[in-house]
Design a protein. Sequence first.
Length: 269
Amino acid sequence: MRRIVLSVIIALWLSPALALTPRVQSIDPPKRILFVGNSFTFYNDGLHKHVGGLMRAAGIYRQVRMRALTLSGAKLHEHAGGMSYFTQDKSWDNWDLVVMHGHSQELLTQKSADFFAKVAKKYAERIRARGGDIALLMTWGYANNRKMIQPIQRNYTLIGNKLNALVIPVGIAFQQAQHDHPEINLYKKDLLRYSKKGGNISAVYKKNIKHPSVAGTYLAACVVYAALFDKSPLALPYTAGLPMRHARSLQQIAYNTVTIFYRRHEKKP
C-alpha cells in the first residue's frame, strides 16, 4: 500500500498543473443525484449503475435516488434543453447534487474552458436556486495521449474553485491506474470500419482510444463513491464482474486518489 500511496503522490505533484488544491474538499452525502454527461457516463450500463452497486454493497443504496441525463458526444452547453426541464419548478425533483462533465476535449484550450465555465455557472445558479448543488466530474485523458490530463485537471480544478463546487478527480485515478496497473485495460476501442484484404476481413479502430471499458467505468464509480460519501470502497464485494484482484487494485487507487486530492489524509481523527 505504501508504494501505491507514494506513486499517487508523485503523479499528483510532478506538474505545477497538478498541484492545484481543490477549494471544496467534502460535501454532505447527497440523497438525490443527477448525473449529466455523455458517453463517458452512459457506457457500460451507466456510471450511476456502478455507483449504485457500490452503495448496495455498503448498505446505503436505499437512502439515495439516482438518474442520468446523457447525450452522445455532448459538450456541456448541449444539455441546455434537458437542464431547463430538470430545473423547472414542476420538474425539479429535489436533486441534492447534479454531477456534470463536458466533452473529453472541452477543457483542453482556454477558450473552450472559459465557455464551459460560463455554462457551468449558469447551470449552478439554477440548481442552487432550487436548493441543490453541483459537482464537476473530471474526465480522463485518452489512452494514446496521457498528457491530456494536465489541462483537464487544471481547468476542472480552477473552474470548480471559481464555482465553489466539488471536483471529482476521476481523471487522476485513470492516470494512476495506467501507471501502477498497465495490465488492467481501462479503455474500449471504437470501431472505424472493416477492411478487406486478400479475402480476409478485419476491424479497423479509431486512432483515439477514449471510451471506458468496464474496468474504467468501475474505477470512475469507485472515485465518485469515495468523493461523494467520504467512504472507502476498499473491500466492498461489488466488482462489476471484474476479477477480484483487479477490483481491489482499482478500489485502492480510487481511495488514495480521493484522499490525497482532497487532503483528507491531513484530517485529524
